[in-house]
Design a protein around this ligand. Sequence first.
Ligand code: NAD
Length: 368
Amino acid sequence: MSIKSVVLICGGGNGAHCLAGLASLKSNIESRVLTLYSDEAERWTAKLESGLLITVRNDDGSESLIQTKPSMVTNVPKKAASGAHYIFIVVPAFAHTNYLDAINPYMGKNTVIVGLPGQAGFEFECVDLLGNKAKHCTIVTFESLPWACRLIEFGKNVEILGIKDTLGASVLKDSTVHPPIMYGKWSQWNGKPLSEKPLFYQGIDERQAELLSGVSDECLATAKAIKKKVPGVDMSDVIHVFDWYLKHYSSHITNKSNLMMVMRTNKAYDGLVHPMKAVEPGKYVPDFTNRYIREDVSMGIVPIKGIAELAGISTPYLDEVITWCQGKLNKEFLVGNKLTGKDLKDTRAPQKYGYNKLEDLFTGNYSI
Ligand code: NAD
C-alpha cells in the first residue's frame, strides 16, 4: 500500500487553483483546499465533481489542456489541516495571518509550511503566530508564484500564461517590483482620468527601470553586508532584478539588452495592466488601495528596508519609494530615513518582532 502525502492548499484564487489542480495529478498526493473567503468553498465544492481544467499557454503559441480534480474543498480548518504534511499558503499576504491562525490548532509537528509566495517577513510572521510549534516545522518562503496565471471560471478553469524557469526561496527577495513601478508611474500623474488602463510591466519607462535597479542594488548591498557580518550565510539567491528576469523568464523575453527592455518584451506579462478603477465608463484612475501598494509595501519593501537598516546599509531608493507609498496608504512607517514611524506595527519589518541586531535574525534571539 502506498502512503499518500497530504498537501493542503490555503486559498481560492488564481494560484490556489493551479497548485490544487497540479498537485491532484500526482497519484501519491491527496490535494485539499481550504478557503476561508466569502462563499468560495461552497461555490468550488458545487463544481468539484465535474473537475478542474488547467489551460496552459505554451511558448510556441500552442495550448495544453490538463483535466484534474482536487480531493476536497472546504472552509473548515480542522477538516483541512488535520494530518496535512505540506501546507501551501497561496493568498495575497494580507490574508496569511487569517490562515495561520485558523490552521494552527490542527497542524501536527514536522509540517512543512510554504508561503507561495511568502512575501518579505513571512518567516517572522509564522514564528510569531505559531509560537513553539514553529520550532518543529519547516518554514519555506518563495519569492513568487511559479506561474503567471489567472482564473477563467472560478472552480472550473484556470489559465497558466507563463511558467517561470526557476523560482528562488530566500529571505531577501527581489520581487519588490510593484511599489517602485507604481511610484515611477503615478508620482508625476496630473490627476486626470485615463481612457485606457496602462500596461504594468510592459509599459515601464527608463525612470521606473532606474528605480527598480536602484532598489535592487540596495538589496544586493544588504546581502553583501549580511554575508560579511554573519559568515556562512548563503545569500547567493539575492541577485539583481535584471539577472532575476533573465534567470526566471529567459524563454519568454525577446530583447535582453537592459532591464527596461527585458520587462517590456516579457511575453508572460502580455495584457497585465496597472490596477485601475473606473470613475465613469471608459475613464480610469489608479487604484492605490490595490495590493501592489497596500501589501507590497508593509510586507515587501518595508521589511527589506528593516533588514537593510539592521545591516547598516543606506537605501535612498527604497526610502523615496516608501515615502511616497506611505502617503498613499495614509500610514507612517518611515520617518526621514529611519523605520521609526507609528504604523510599523502594521508591517512585517523585523523591528516589529523585536529583532534589533542583524545577528539576531539568524540566531532567533529577539526581545519585545
Ligand atoms: P488572487 O488575487 O487570485 O487571490 C484572491 C484570493 O485570495 C481569493 O479568491 C480568496 O481566496 C483569497 N482572499 C482574498 N481576500 C481574502 C480575505 N480577506 N480573507 C481570506 N482570503 C482572501 O491571488 P493569486 O493571483 O493567486 O496570487 C497570490 C499571490 O501571488 C499574490 O500575492 C500575488 O501578488 C502573487 N502573484 C500572483 C501571480 C499571478 O500570476 N496570479 C504571479 C506572481 C505572483
